[in-house]
Design a protein around this ligand. Structure first.
Ligand code: PLP
Length: 411
């Protein structure tokens, strides 16, 4: 058995990972056009409108709206559905806080569904158990770039009369049975933050084909101001989640690249999965038949019955091999309900709103053990990067390094 680099043996990865630039001539040209126009405000400019029209035709949806972040996008989606305070919103225990922020601001009550331990996506059975007459929406997160069981959730939503929001922050231009994620539910949201497939620094988009909520989407982005000459008289509470022309300009350039980025990550991710499959004790994320995977994250589970090593130790050994990894990471570092804001019911100062409230008739708490499969996933997984700039050689060395560390800890 080869000695670990951690213990003075040879490093597996001796050459640097493939690198590249995310922005080029197209973004430069678009941004300069904005500056030359002397207008950064989306209402008077053309770039946000253009990026919206690209999103509309790319996804084949009736309406697209640029906004300031993916967090804003989910908040806008909830605001557009006009749910009364105290209604419950079901979402995955494995997601980013950005999925939940708008839920809490709208005084809606989060309920967390457990995951399928093979895909890390929300399990329809777990969602079904949480549905009751107070349920106002289901937010389906396509986690890590892998489609959730979206048809099951849409059917469930129809059966119970509950709208479905697709949170596609991590799943740009990704298909389920040939149809793009973000086109199944009532409304869908995207993030262009720094870490996503494409980025505008911060930014996002909301898609819908529902005529009855589109106006509210627009109003929720913009303080409930009409921008079409109608008299200003806000009739509900809405934040300012505008996208600026600078973000719109960069988005135009980035949207021109998204297909290539997703394809490349898909190919590299599939190669990595194929390489890891035969290593005893190493279980790459399952990709169901019919699902594309755009590999926002690459999640690896380590079977504790075969490799009983704590993930931090495994990860340290991998890092020494020249393969950076993050231990205990499905996303974040724990199920989202384990964050203090949920554990302490502390969304707002000196108040337990919206979790516990006589007015809202709410009383929830989120004890450890609430979603055991999600909790178990964090204990036994690590993440590695799959980047569109990597080469096939990079991936093959990652396989070699993971195999070496796994062999060492199997003993
Ligand atoms: C699933 C999911 N939803 C929402 C968000 C929030 O997006 P943003 O960071 O653009 O606010 C993220 C970002 O990490 C995410 O991964």
């Amino acid at each position: 058995m080869e000695k670990l680099a951690l213990h003075g043996g040879p490093r597996t990865k001796t050459t640097p990972f493939g690198k590249g630039r995310r922005f080029g001539e197209e973004e430069r040209k678009q941004v300069l056009e904005v500056l030359d126009s002397d207008i950064l405000f989306y209402v008077f400019g053309s770039k946000v409108k253009q990026m919206e029209s690209i999103m509309k035709s790319m996804y084949g949806m009736k309406y697209a709206s640029g906004c300031s972040s993916g967090t804003a996008g989910v908040h806008i989606a909830l605001g557009s559905l006009a749910l009364e305070p105290g209604r419950e919103v079901i979402t995955s225990a494995v997601t980013d806080m950005g999925t939940l922020t708008g839920v809490l601001y709208q005084m809606l009550v989060p309920r967390f569904a457990d995951i399928d331990p093979a895909t890390y996506n929300m399990d329809p059975e777990s969602v079904e158990k949480l549905i009751n007459r107070r349920t106002g929406a289901i937010i389906v997160v396509h986690h890590a770039g892998l489609p959730a069981d979206i048809e099951a959730f849409v059917a469930m939503g129809k059966r119970h009369g509950i709208p479905v929001i697709e949170d596609c922050a991590q799943a740009h231009l990704t298909r389920w049975k040939g149809k793009l994620l973000g086109t199944f539910g009532d409304i869908s949201t995207f993030s262009y933050n720094h870490f996503k497939h494409i980025t505008t620094g911060s930014g996002g988009a909301v898609l819908t084909s529902r005529d009855d909520i589109e106006e509210r989407v627009r109003l929720f982005i913009d303080k409930c101001y009409f921008r079409d000459g109608r008299k200003r008289n806000p009739f509900f509470l809405a934040p300012n989640y505008q996208m600026t022309e600078l973000q719109g300009a960069v988005a135009i350039g980035q949207l021109g690249k998204v297909e290539r980025i997703v394809k490349r990550r898909g190919a590299l991710g599939a190669r990595l999965i194929a390489g890891l499959k035969s290593i005893p004790g190493i279980i790459p994320q399952a990709v169901p038949e019919g699902a594309e995977h755009s590999f926002f994250l690459f999640i690896v589970r380590v079977d504790p019955a075969i490799i009983p090593t704590p993930m931090a130790e495994f990860s340290k050994a991998l890092d020494a091999e020249g393969i950076p990894s993050e231990p205990n990471k499905v996303t974040g570092g724990m199920p989202v309900y384990m964050y203090d804001v949920f554990q302490n019911l502390s969304a707002f100062p000196k108040s337990r709103l919206p979790f516990v409230s006589r007015d809202l008739r709410s009383r929830v708490s989120y004890p450890r053990g609430l979603c055991p499969k999600a909790e178990d996933a964090f204990a036994h997984t690590f993440n590695v990067n799959v980047n569109e700039f990597y080469t096939e050689g990079d991936i093959d060395e990652m396989v070699k390094g993971i195999a070496k560390v796994a062999e060492h800890f199997r003993g």
